[in-house]
Structures are given as C-alpha cells and as structure tokens.
Write a protein that binds this ligand. Sequence first.
Ligand SMILES: [Zn+2]
Length: 351
Amino acid sequence: MRLIAAACTLVIVAFVAVFGAILLHERTIADPAPVAQSGASTASAPASEPVATSPITTLAPAASRGGLLTQAPARPAAPAAAAPPAPTANASCPGNPNALGVGRVVEVDTTGGPGFGFEHFKSHDFLQPGEVVLSFDDGPWPRRTPAMLAALAEHCTKAIFFPVGKHAMWEPGIMKQVVAAGHAVGSHTWSHIDLSKKSTQEAKDEIEKGVSAVRWAAGGPTAPYFRFPALKHPPELITYMGQRNVAIFSTDFDSFDFKMRKPEQVRQAVMAKLKKFGKGIVLMHDFQQATAAAASDLLNDLKAGGYKVVFMKPKDSIKTIASYDELILKDQKLPTVSDRPTTSVIRTISE
Ligand SMILES: [Zn+2]
C-alpha cells in the first residue's frame, strides 16, 4: 500500500510539474513584451531574439532621437541660429553653469570687402545693446594663445583671431588648435608692419604672405577677415581688400591691452569701455601676457555684466594666391632632399 501511495504521489507531482512547465512556456511565448519590459527574465532571450536585436539596432537612433527631443525645448532660445552650431552656454557648457556661451551667430558675406568696427567703418551697425564680438590679434604665441583658448573653451564661447603670418609659421600647432576650437581665423599681415609706410606692392605682399602663412599653418580653410596693423588703413589697400572680397576689421573700441602689464588693468579697461559704449567689437591681443592671464576673469565679468557674445561666422573661406603660398614655403624651407609635403610624411594616428 505504501508503495502504491508513493507511486500515486510521484504521478501527481510529475503531472503538476509538467502542467506547470507547459503553462509557464505558454506565458513566455504569449507575453514576450511584459517579460522584455520588466527585464525579469533573460532566459526567454532565445525566443525573443528577433525582438532583442531591434532594440540594439535602433538604440543609437533612439538615443539620438531622445537627444534631439531633450534639446528641442532649448532651441527656441536661439532663434537667430539659423546658421550653424553655436548653441547657448547652458545647452552646451555642462561643466560651467555660468558660461558666457554664444548669444548669437551671424554669417558674414565678405563680398566687396565690408568694413567693421565703428572707429573707422560706420556702415554696418549690426550689434544690439549688450552684444560683444571678441577679437584677438598678433598670435599665435606659446602659452598665451593656449591660455586664451582654454578660457574661451571654459565659457564655450567663440572669438575671431587675427594672427601674424610669421607667428603662424612658427606655431602651426597652436594655429591648428585655434581652428579646431571653432574660432574664426583671419589674418594680420606677414610681419606686422605699418602698411601706410610701404609702397602699395610691398603692402600687398605683406597682406598676401600673411594670408597664405595663416592658411598654411591652420591646415584648412580660414576666414576672409583682415585687420590692418595699428589700424592704419591706406585707401588704396581698402580698395584692394574689396577686390579680394576680404572683410576689414577695425574695432568699436581698442582695449589698449598691449600697454598693460597687469591682468586686472585689462579687465577694468575692457569692462569700462563696454559700459561706456554698451556694445562692440573688442580688440585685444592673445599675444599679450596680461590679456591671456586676464581672459578667464574677463569672461566671467562679461557674463556677470549680462553681455552676450556674437560670433561672426564667415560665409566663405579666403582664397589664397598660389604664388604667395609658394613664397612662404620657399622662405621657410631648408634645403632638404625631400620635397614631400608634411602631410605625407607625418600623419596623426592617435590623439
Ligand atoms: Zn596687431
């Protein structure tokens, strides 16, 4: 009897087990979605493999869709940015909640060589009250230009650089950092001489060698923007820049930072003039020690003062003149056997 009872119990247990298994199996097939959603069971993975691969293949687009959606509400904050990416600080500067950012991006059509900067050119008054264009001359220079770049990056903001051709040839690595950071790079002659004291041909040579040198050092397209050394503008060269379709940048006010030794003086000078004029294209020098040292604090001051940076993005890049491209390389080149371009000799394979 005991044997029969034991056998019966075994049969019942076996029946319950088999029935239960069938029930479970049916549930996992019938309800893949709840299982997948709850993430409770990876055991059903083989049954839902086709389902499982689709989240993986759609993961990136889904994620990017999510990214766009989360950005979408922030977009209306920058309606003027029909032109390329220069989102406002809060959207793109997560490490710095008090970042200056870029308030507005304007695209500049340099056809005919328009002039900017009210000290000399009055025709284009495009800045609103409180708007500032940052511009830096005479670089690139070791330590100072990188310090300036670091401060600008910390604030996710953009500026225009007007490098000297010779300096660019000496520091092509720094020049490329400026370009890589997304700033506009114009030029400022080959050797920073006062063009009003030169013959027209000599002056044109200075301008074009500077353009070619900066373009070479930048290793890519540069802006059709030019600033005359010491803001001396010989009329025939204004005409020439017009024919070259290069915009001329004077300034709305000069910081005179090159006369200053202490960063505090640069800060005070810029902020005082901004307060007086209310807006403007500011001329500073990344070449200057005091300015580079003041950069971070100055950008904080601008933010605290409620100023907005406007980035002047060139519509086109500058076209260099081939004979000057050759000239600057000939001047620089030592007589080696190889004429291969650097890009075919040195190649970055890891950064
Ligand atoms: Zn200069």
